[in-house]
Ligand binder design. Structure first.
Ligand code: GLU
Length: 424
């Protein structure tokens, strides 16, 4: 029998939340004790100090992490987050969710995540480039196209991936696009990668609305978070005919019962950087947005925003988790007991991003590039397949949808670990 590992390193609310989800899933499928701890705890991590020359000549040292949760099912895969509140515990939880997500949708990857404690909005473009390059430089002994393949996450984008790819390629002496995904098209990025996460969220929302017999043209949508994922989700759902009634970012939100012009909001944010003072409707707070009456509520920002305080007051029919880990364990329980809200859990809902990352990596390894139509068609086919398996698991074992998705992801990882055996 295994003894639970007490991990002080990762101790945090988000890591505890991911562990609790794992424990519930492991119990639900009677996972043998001896496989539990080694599936649950991250395989390895690095912490790096990143000294950066500032534009004023001074030097600031930032702290960064990379956690590889699982390497049993392929190279580790997952984004890099630049955010002032990053902790190693949060990164570990996000890495764990990447493991379940990749396995759930059938990608030959393990799970990883990286993070740097920095508010990228306070850096100049030059400082951001130096930080991105230095982080990659420090990671070189720990990653590789067949070891661990980073990608964008909150606070990073194509440009950052381009700098990282260049740093790695310069180090090894030849062009190595497969080291990161989410790159600019000119460096071997994939068609459709930028919009992939949001397009996937919008696709799944439409499939679930169909099941609920709600025409998308009658659906109202509230989206928390207006970065890459929130913005692309809003665009795709608006194009499908849904009415986007609320949007927000960290500065606050905007509400318009008649529908917000998403393209205008995106144009505004391109120049102003935030939604603050956007005149597309009435100002609301993030907390107000979450409890608005709407058909679809889409948290597309950070973890743990749906809490036991607001869960009883949610007024949506469908909760589509575009963010990773937006719903706490206690809130999840409340929503399940209420029984009037369908949930598309994060590991399924936002999997479009890593799916197209996988396509990008394949294209890089093969030096053979696909057109956009091909990418999108293959993306939706994989999402359909994962959705069908989740619905089957849900019906067969009478699980909630999150438990169905997590048990599938976790089972595939433990199957691989058991088949490989314990080394040495
Ligand atoms: N950061 C994204 C996620 O959380 C994408 C990861 C990837 O493409 O590797 O799923």
């Amino acid at each position: 029998m295994s003894k639970a590992v007490v991990s002080s390193l990762y101790d945090s609310d988000t890591f505890k939340m991911a562990c609790r989800q794992f424990d519930q899933a492991a119990d639900a499928i009677n996972l043998p004790e001896e496989i539990r701890d080694r599936t649950k705890y991250p395989r390895r991590c690095v912490a790096v100090a990143l000294p950066i020359k500032r534009d004023n000549g001074s030097v600031t040292v930032f702290e960064g992490y990379r956690v590889q949760h699982n390497l049993s099912t392929g190279p580790a895969k997952g984004g890099i987050r630049f955010h002032q509140d990053v902790t190693i515990g949060e990164v570990a939880a996000l890495a764990m969710w990447m493991s379940w997500k990749c396995s759930l949708v059938g990608l030959p990857y393990g799970g990883a995540k990286g993070g740097v404690i920095v508010n990228p909005g306070l850096l100049s473009e030059g400082e951001l480039e130096r930080l991105s390059r230095r982080y990659m430089q420090e990671l070189i002994p720990f990653i590789g196209p067949h070891v661990d393949v980073p990608a964008p996450d909150v606070g990073t984008n194509e440009k950052v991936m381009g700098w990282m790819m260049d740093t790695y390629s310069n180090h090894i002496g030849y062009n190595s696009p497969a080291i990161v995904t989410g790159k600019p098209l000119s460096l071997g990025g994939s068609q459709g990668r930028r919009e992939a996460t949001g397009a996937g969220v919008a696709y799944l929302v439409q499939r679930y609305l169909e099941d609920m017999k709600i025409p998308v043209t009658q659906a109202t949508v509230a989206i928390q978070g207006f970065g890459n994922v929130g913005g692309e989700t809003a665009l795709a759902l608006a194009a499908a005919g849904a009415k986007i009634i609320a949007l927000s970012d960290y500065t606050g939100g905007v509400f318009n019962a008649g529908g917000i012009d998403v393209k205008k909001a995106l144009e505004y944010v391109k120049y102003q950087r935030t939604l603050k003072d956007f005149h597309g409707g009435d100002p609301i707070t993030n907390e107000q947005l979450l409890t608005l009456p709407c058909t679809v509520l889409i948290p597309a920002a950070l973890e743990r925003v749906i809490t036991p305080e607001n869960a009883p007051r949610l007024q949506c029919r469908l909760l589509a988790e575009a963010a990773n880990g937006p719903t706490t364990n206690a809130a999840d329980k409340i929503i399940e007991e209420r029984g009037d809200i369908e949930v598309i859990p994060d590991v399924l809902c936002n999997a479009g991003g890593v799916i197209v990352s996988y396509f990008e990596w394949l294209q890089n390894l093969q030096n053979f590039y696909w057109d956009r139509e091909d990418v999108m068609q293959k993306l939706f086919a994989l999402l359909d397949k994962a959705r069908d398996s989740v619905e089957y698991q849900k019906r067969k074992f009478k699980f909630g949808r999150r438990l169905a998705a997590l048990t599938l992801g976790i089972q595939r990882v433990t199957d691989a670990k058991q088949s490989r055996g314990l080394f040495p």
